[in-house]
Write a protein that binds this ligand. Structure first.
Ligand code: FE2
Length: 369
């Protein structure tokens, strides 16, 4: 398929309605079986270059630890740049699906909040934009190994507690409820991953989300209860509800009602999963299956000023083989991740003259018209 091919799949009215109502949409067969196989073998090669032999995970899986800056949370690995991964991140079909959802679910003509009546969840402060244009957001890879294996590869603490090399990523938001529209980083209304494995059963390391929550987000954010901390002397103090960088932990005690709505989302290999970034989501508490669960986190940023700036910065990082600008923002305070502290973990393989016109625009090498 080329950039100019107009045979892209259109989302059905039902699929668009699902995204509008639920804020989560699974689109099957975005990648063909052949593309899934190719991506998996690319990933396995990448992992082998870091000492992980996927056929011998019992012996070599310990090396996964050095690829995780999250302490193994969610099986998320700091693998950003590889040719097989670029191919998915700039996949024309995936971009076209995202663009259709932007158009349906977010204001793009500069509408005022008051004009929207029952659809205020569509509003944002970034102004008008062309929903057919955007940028690739380069993200990580998810490679969650079964929990029992993660425990065998882990360590035992002095208190005889097992510290597995991987664990879940508990329910969270990748935005701050108090400031869902930052003016100093990026606007990513839709988050996305492409799954390279089937993940149909709960508790097999897969994706979980609270459907529909994006429509209640603003009300919830305005009324979020403080965190109650009981001090040694028995005194209870109320602290502001936390958001670190752009990461908001959904708290077991204060946010119980939200937690109860988080459910497993079944996904087949080759599917893309899109979710509104106001939807609380998680990676399952356990992986009771037998094979690693594999996804490529990859999404797009609409062509608005703040994202043009982000995409240009991302391109510079890519050219220099440095991790993407916001790669620290997920788990640490963005302001601490200045240019000097950005790690160089894997070099860029971006062969710019071999890219298509669409790829060059998605990566901000060329401007959109
Ligand atoms: Fe997340």
């Amino acid at each position: 398929m080329t950039d100019d091919d107009d045979s892209f799949e259109e989302l059905s009215e039902e699929q668009i309605a699902t995204f509008l109502n639920q804020g989560v949409l699974v689109v099957p067969n975005v990648l063909s079986q052949e593309e899934v196989t190719e991506a998996l073998s690319g990933l396995h090669e990448t992992l082998a270059s870091h000492g992980v032999d996927v056929q011998r995970l019992e012996e070599t899986g310990g090396h996964l630890q050095q690829l995780s800056s999250t302490g193994g949370s969610g099986g998320v690995l700091d693998l950003f740049y590889a040719e097989w991964k670029f191919k998915i991140s700039t996949n024309p079909k995936l971009f076209h699906l995202t663009a259709q959802l932007w158009k349906a679910a977010y204001c793009y003509q500069g509408e005022a909040n008051e004009q929207l009546h029952t659809e205020q969840f569509k509003w944002h402060p970034y102004g008008a934009f062309n929903p057919t244009q955007g940028y690739a957001y380069i993200d990580r890879v998810g490679y969650r190994i079964p929990t029992q294996l993660a425990e065998r590869l882990g360590t035992i603490s002095k208190k005889n507690k097992n510290n597995p090399i991987q664990r879940s990523l508990t329910p969270h938001l990748d935005c701050c409820p108090e400031n869902p529209f930052p003016m100093n980083s990026k606007w990513r209304p839709i988050q996305c991953f492409v799954s390279l494995t089937d993940n149909m059963e709960p508790n097999t390391g897969g994706f979980e989300a609270a459907p529909g929550f994006h429509r209640e987000f603003a009300t919830w954010a305005a009324n979020r209860p403080p965190t109650l901390v009981t001090k040694k002397g028995g005194e209870t103090v109320a602290l502001p509800a936390p958001c670190v960088g752009e990461y908001t932990h959904i708290r077991p005690r204060e946010d119980t009602a939200v937690l109860q709505r988080v459910q497993h989302i079944p996904v087949t290999a080759g599917s893309a999963v899109f979710w509104d970034n106001r939807i609380p989501h998680a990676n399952a508490y356990r992986h009771n299956g037998t094979k690693p669960r594999v996804v490529v986190y990859t999404s797009f940023l609409p062509n608005v000023a703040i994202n043009r700036q982000y995409a240009r910065q991302q391109l510079e990082h890519m050219r220099q083989g440095r991790n993407p600008p916001s790669s620290g923002g997920l788990w640490m305070n963005q302001s601490k991740t200045n240019a000097g502290e950005v790690k160089k973990t894997n070099s860029s393989i971006l062969l710019e003259d071999k890219l298509t016109e669409l790829q060059r625009r998605l990566l901000a090498i060329d401007d959109w018209p």
